[in-house]
Write a protein that binds this ligand. Structure first.
Ligand SMILES: [Cu+2]
Length: 477
């Protein structure tokens, strides 16, 4: 057991109360330089667009891909061994540039609020997202439930299995897949540390010559990498916890800017003693995902801008930023831009535009709640008309989330009707952080009971020892 000393950067000192730390599996340090240096937020969006327009493939910032397209498919090992194929669920995931719409309805159909003019004008933005494909040809996409919103494909498995993810990067930026909760070796950490001299110094003192980053750290444009993540005992729930856990995964090359781009998703791990043969938790009828995160579309970040310029690659980006203006033509200060650029989203949707939070009366519904973002992202998901069991131990109707939080809340949908689901932080609620939950009364046609609609990431790719013939039966009474 090591002793951890967490130091605060000037940025962290400016926040008032909370510091959340996240430790990578089997690694001895955070890539401080890589994490703090590139606070890019929406700037990555500009960069991505600029590169596409110019047909360039390498970004202007200081990232050296660890895997390039010419290397073919690499990875696929777990601590040097090939895992037992009978225990592998194999996913094919590509990162691709997309046009994302925070508000496809164009208005607020739930509360009838009037979003700020810049939100209405700028609800379509350039993003990158993870998509699931059926096989290594990456030609046929696997559809996902609309309620996942901007979240990537749900990767699911049971304790004792491996998730193998063939990742293809179809964007112009080096990207990765970094998982929470599961066990991995350095190559499958999916986290870029660059020239982390401080970490190297620590290692040299400890006579430790292991690499400071693995092969899967930064996959270049058109590069492929096979991540292998083991769902060991510690990735699953304790006997006292709910029967499945939700973990985040996200790109982790230049830091949080890639999450802001839309590159995040979730892993669901079910306890092997409480799993149906298809891997879904056997005491649940329906699953709901909810990521509470303020997206930053301000297209500016003075610190990142400065660094880009210092790196010699920022001239064109700088020009792009300085030409940014509101739709009305008025130029804004960086602070104004930051605030105006905030999108208070649940699964990437604002002002009641998130679809598909539908269930039937009497179902046992499991919510996987996630928080991501910065010091503004203190969220308190709250359900009207319905109660939850927070992590199986506390009855409540409001759950606390910090950035990086991953929680399970179980609900019995005992109250038919249309209910508001929102962040209880006033400012967030007023800026559109809400959605509608619908509970259909018994006997009325409602949400489909088919597992494909009820469960996230269903059907998962089968491991050969898994027989997908579970009965999903009627909802609990
Ligand atoms: Cu909030």
């Amino acid at each position: 057991m090591g002793l951890w000393r967490l130091t605060s950067s000037p940025l962290m000192q400016s926040t008032k109360t909370q510091v959340s730390a996240h430790f990578h599996s089997n690694t001895s340090g955070l890539g401080g330089r890589a994490l703090s240096a590139l606070r890019m937020f929406g700037l990555l969006t500009v960069l991505l667009g600029a590169l596409e327009v110019r047909g360039q493939t390498l970004p202007a910032y200081d990232i050296k891909p660890t895997v390039t397209a010419s290397m073919g498919e690499v990875g696929g090992k777990y601590f040097g061994q090939t895992p037992d194929p009978a225990r592998i669920r194999h996913y094919y995931i590509a990162a691709e540039p997309v046009q994302w719409d925070f508000m496809p309805i164009g208005s607020d159909p739930v509360c009838g609020m009037t979003p700020l003019p810049d939100v209405v004008a700028w609800h379509m933005v350039r993003k990158a997202r993870y998509f699931q494909y059926t096989d290594a040809t990456f030609t046929q996409r696997v559809p996902q439930p609309p309620r996942l919103g901007i979240l990537g494909p749900v990767l699911r498995g049971v304790v004792g299995e491996y998730l193998e993810i063939t990742f293809l990067n179809r964007t112009a930026l080096p990207l990765s897949m970094h998982p929470h909760g599961v066990k991995y070796d350095k190559d499958s950490e999916g986290s870029y540390h660059g020239n982390n001299n401080q970490l190297k110094l620590l290692q040299s003192r400890a006579n430790d010559d292991r690499p400071t980053q693995g092969l899967g750290a930064a996959i270049g444009p058109n590069g492929r990498f096979d991540y292998v993540w083991y769902l060991d005992e510690e990735s699953g729930p304790l006997p006292s916890e709910p029967s499945s856990k939700g973990w985040l995964y996200h790109s982790h090359v230049a830091g949080e800017g890639e999450i802001n781009l839309g590159l995040a998703g979730c892993i669901i791990v079910t306890d092997s003693k409480r799993a149906r043969p298809d891997g879904t938790p056997n005491d649940v009828d329906r699953e709901m995902p909810a990521l509470f995160m303020i997206f930053n579309e301000s297209q500016t970040d003075p610190e990142a801008k400065e660094r880009l310029e210092a790196a010699g690659g920022g001239q064109s980006i700088s020009n792009l930023i300085s030409s940014m203006a509101t739709p009305g033509g008025k130029k804004l200060s960086a602070a104004e831009l930051k605030e105006e650029g905030e999108r208070h989203a649940i699964n990437g949707f604002i002002y009641g535009n998130l679809p598909g939070l539908e269930m039937n009366e009497g179902e046992r519904v499991r919510w996987y709640l996630f928080g991501l973002g910065s010091e503004s992202d203190l969220h308190t998901p709250h359900w009207h008309g319905l109660r939850v069991l927070d992590e199986g131990v506390r009855r409540t109707d409001t759950v606390e989330l910090l950035p990086g939080s991953m929680k399970v809340a179980d609900m019995v949908s005992d109250n038919p009707g249309h209910w508001l689901f929102h962040c209880h932080v006033d400012e967030h609620m007023n800026n559109g952080m809400f959605a509608l939950v619908t509970v259909y009364p018994k006997g009325k046609p409602g949400a489909s009971l088919l597992p494909a609609n009820a469960f996230l990431g269903f059907p998962p790719p089968s491991a050969t020892n898994i027989q997908a013939k579970a009965s999903h039966g009627a909802p609990a009474n």
